[in-house]
Design a protein around this ligand. Structure first.
Ligand SMILES: *Cc1c(COP(=O)(O)O)cnc(C)c1O
Length: 400
């Protein structure tokens, strides 16, 4: 590494609070699945800004929508209606179970809105929300409390009360936690951050049954799994389970900040004027970018292509795992949210593998201390998948 990267990183180190462990690269531009750093080095992107830039970097339709809207109207607050926001809400309602939408700016905010709605809808003395171990729901205090990973809680206590965690996969344990104070079960259909762990159709269907039997709301956090990532607009469509509330963010505007909470008309009615609000939520420019993003994704063939490329990547990863049993145990995931599950020996090398690939110009990350995660832009080509697999193969042969 030399030149501009080093200079900018030195400047960063002097001014930022150290909350991030960053790759030593200053990224300056992107196109499709390619990124370029300040020294002119190119990267093949299998991270997509953590499942955000799903149409690839600087997709022309999204860029045009942003520029047009930025030249017309940037912000007016939610004291007024704007056309992009309404158009976006209509698209979400037309293409999901939902009848009503609330916009925030991020995944955590969408989940905060869901938590508040579940509580106010359920009435007095019903406030407890059960989520799963290994889950990730955001970094605000309530969403940290909902997150089922102690490492995110440590040092921030006391956390907001009213959150319980059931052991991942233990359906009886979950049932035991349901009590008179419970109002909702919150889960990701497929856990992203803790290592691409699918909950499975049957498990999700049992959770739905508990919700029905005990009059609880089922909240799906589809911040990572939604907006085409798994091969359908939302992952729930493939699970045979419909939630009562769904949260979305990450890829919704292909890179501009936005979050959304979707629900039914009946549940939405518990929120009235003044119940909840956001200054920037559903900002016209983010909303215009999201409308453009959804229109591309909902066009004929796009989601089918995500499914088939996801299957292709899954197949290649499974083959790779079979070829290196010392390092990898197998593949798991859905659509283009894929993970290569490492063995105990492989896990020790997880970070090293990520750094080595970075050196070779390929961006991936290590999730849940167990899984190499692959979340490329959904426009990734089979040739680009082949490049990834070839580089992984080469690296694994050097490591064994
Ligand atoms: C990323 C993520 C969040 C948090 O989203 P932010 O926009 O960072 O607040 C919440 N839930 C899931 C499942 C996520 O992957």
């Amino acid at each position: 590494m030399s030149g501009d990267n080093v200079n900018w990183i030195e400047r960063s180190d002097k001014v930022f609070i150290g909350t991030y462990s960053r790759f030593p690269a200053v990224l300056v531009k992107g196109q499709g699945c390619r990124l370029e750093d300040a020294d002119g080095k190119e990267y093949l992107d299998f991270l997509a800004g953590i499942a955000v830039c799903s149409l690839g970097h600087c997709h022309p339709e999204v860029t045009r929508a942003i520029c047009e809207q930025a030249g017309r109207l940037l912000h007016v607050s939610n004291l007024f209606h704007t056309r992009p926001q309404t158009e976006l809400a209509e698209l979400l309602v037309q293409n999901s179970f939902a009848e009503r939408v609330f916009f925030g700016n991020s995944g955590a905010e969408a989940n905060e809105a869901a938590i508040k709605l579940a509580r106010i809808y359920s009435g007095e003395n019903r406030f407890e929300i059960i989520s799963l171990s290994g889950s990730f729901h955001g970094r605000t205090l309530a969403t940290v409390a909902a997150t089922g990973q102690p490492k995110f809680h440590k040092g921030f206590e006391p956390l907001p009360a009213g959150f319980q965690h059931a052991e991942f996969g233990d359906i009886r344990g979950l049932e035991k936690l349901i009590g008179p104070q419970t109002c909702a079960i919150l889960c990701e259909p497929l856990q992203g951050e803790s290592g691409v762990r699918p909950l499975g159709r049957e498990y999700l269907q049992q959770i739905r049954q508990f919700c029905d039997a005990h009059d609880l709301l089922l909240i799906f956090d589809e911040v990572q799994t939604g907006i085409g990532r798994t091969g359908s607009l939302f992952a729930y469509e493939q699970m045979g389970v419909v939630p009562d509330i769904l949260t979305s963010a990450k890829a919704l505007a292909n890179g501009l900040p936005i979050g959304a909470m979707l629900t039914t008309e009946k549940i939405a009615a518990a929120f009235t004027v003044g119940s909840h609000a956001s200054t920037f939520g559903g900002n016209p420019v983010s909303a215009a970018a999201a409308v453009a993003t959804l229109k591309v994704m909902l066009a004929d063939g796009f989601l089918d292509a995500v499914k088939s490329k996801g299957n292709y990547l899954a197949e290649k990863l499974a083959e790779l795992a079979a070829g290196y049993p010392k390092l990898a145990r197998g593949q798991r995931g859905l659509g283009l949210l894929q993970g290569l599950v490492l063995t105990d020996e492989g896990k020790e090398k997880g970070q090293e593998i990520v750094q080595e690939l970075f050196g070779r110009g390929i961006l991936i990350n290590f999730a849940g201390n167990e899984v190499l995660r692959f979340i490329p832009p959904l426009v990734v080509s089979r040739e680009e998948i082949d490049i990834l697999i070839r580089e992984l193969d080469q690296l694994f042969s050097e490591l064994t």
